[in-house]
Design a binder for this molecule. Structure first.
Ligand code: PLP
Length: 366
């Protein structure tokens, strides 16, 4: 057996007729930037994710940056996020000129530790960015409670968490803004770069709409300087096709995760737990080993592809050398042990069985 980490080609072949037709439709009606396909996508994505308002944008990184700019994040402000995330989250903070403040993760859920978050707040804290890492919802109830007590804004980084829910409510509908990525490998992936900004505030989303489009009021009048972070029509048309399948694909990811969970029950491999009432979207299925390299090598010999998300914590990134951080022991030590197992809706039960038994056998050999 040969088990890819993620099989996007197989997915494409299943929806090829629809996707090809959708792309040719954009060529035919010449709606290349924003326009009707983007509008259609925005309405449908708001609905499926439970967002009041939303706007497509260029990618998940610009989505975070634009959200922070619209909340007036500037030099002198502190923005808190979690130490175990993809680099884009802290990058957006730094690019706004603000100071990144990193908080450790909870050892069981891998999401921002809310007690440590409480202790990290100062008079300069402007925004908190919880990241629903691996698609596992952060404890938004506690986070919103902490934020509102201190009048701090919240931007949810939902790049890995399409269709993840807390108490039946979509992630991204809790904070002031939410941001999504449709990078091809994400649970809902475009065929190029694309992203999304959601909000419950009409005022904030209107600002974001202007921000992604040169601070425009109309074609020739600009209220402020911003930039170009617009979504393109071809990406929206691909996403419109994929939206028909995302519920089914997400359900399949949850089945696969359950199959792994059952196989690993009692083995203490560190597979993530969710908070009560929340449903993970399983962008990744992660375990830990203190002999990671050897485990990956054994799995590779069995033709099982694995990944690491992420091998370097934000606090240990060369780009963060100018800042000082402390109290990040869980996330820093985990970064040296994490292994992501194959996770994709197109893997069969037999393939998942093969991966789980190979992992269990390998652990015996380590
Ligand atoms: C992928 C990702 C991003 C960035 O999204 P892009 O579309 O690649 O710019 C931001 N945050 C997290 C947690 C991500 O996984």
């Amino acid at each position: 057996m040969n088990i890819p980490f993620l099989d996007l080609k197989k997915q494409y072949l299943e929806i090829k007729n629809e996707v090809d037709a959708a792309i040719f439709k954009v060529l035919d009606d010449q709606q290349f930037i924003q326009g009707k396909h983007c509008c259609e996508f925005e309405n449908k994505f708001n609905e499926i994710q439970g967002l009041s308002y939303g706007v497509g944008c260029s990618n998940g990184t610009s989505a975070i940056y634009v959200a922070l700019k619209c909340l007036d994040v500037k030099p002198g402000d502190e923005v808190i996020t979690v130490n175990n995330t993809f680099f884009a989250t802290v990058e957006a903070i730094v690019e706004c000129g603000a100071t990144p403040v990193l908080v450790d993760c909870d050892p069981i859920t891998y999401q921002i530790d809310t007690e440590k978050l409480r202790n990290a707040i100062t008079s300069k804290t402007k925004v908190i960015i919880p990241v629903h890492l691996y698609g596992n919802p952060a404890d938004m109830i506690s986070i919103m409670d902490i934020a509102s007590k201190h009048s701090i804004k919240v931007v949810e980084d939902c790049a890995q968490a399409h269709l993840a829910t807390i108490g039946g409510r979509g992630v991204g509908s809790f904070g002031d803004f939410s941001t999504f990525s449709f990078y091809p490998g994400k649970n809902l992936g475009a065929y190029g770069d694309a992203g999304f900004i959601g909000s419950n505030s009409e005022e904030l989303i209107n600002k974001a709409k202007m921000y992604i489009n040169h601070g425009r009021m109309d074609k020739y009048e600009h209220q402020f300087c911003a930039g170009n972070f617009r979504m393109d029509g071809i990406q929206a048309s691909v996403l419109n096709v994929k939206l028909k399948y995302i519920t089914k694909w997400t359900a399949r990811r949850r089945e696969i995760a359950k199959q792994y969970d059952m196989a690993f029950d009692g083995l203490h491999l560190g597979n993530i737990k969710t908070y009560e009432n929340s449903l993970c979207s399983y962008h990744l299925y992660v375990i830990r080993s203190n002999k990671r390299e050897k485990l990956q090598q054994i799995l590779k010999e069995k033709n099982i592809a694995t990944g690491i998300h992420y091998p370097v914590a934000m606090s240990e990134q060369p780009a963060m050398n100018n800042y000082s951080f402390s109290g990040l022991t869980t996330s820093e030590s985990y970064s040296k042990e994490l292994v992501s197992l194959p996770m994709c809706p197109y893997l069969s039960n037999e393939q998942i069985d093969y991966v789980s038994s190979s992992v269990i056998n390998a652990i015996d050999l380590l």
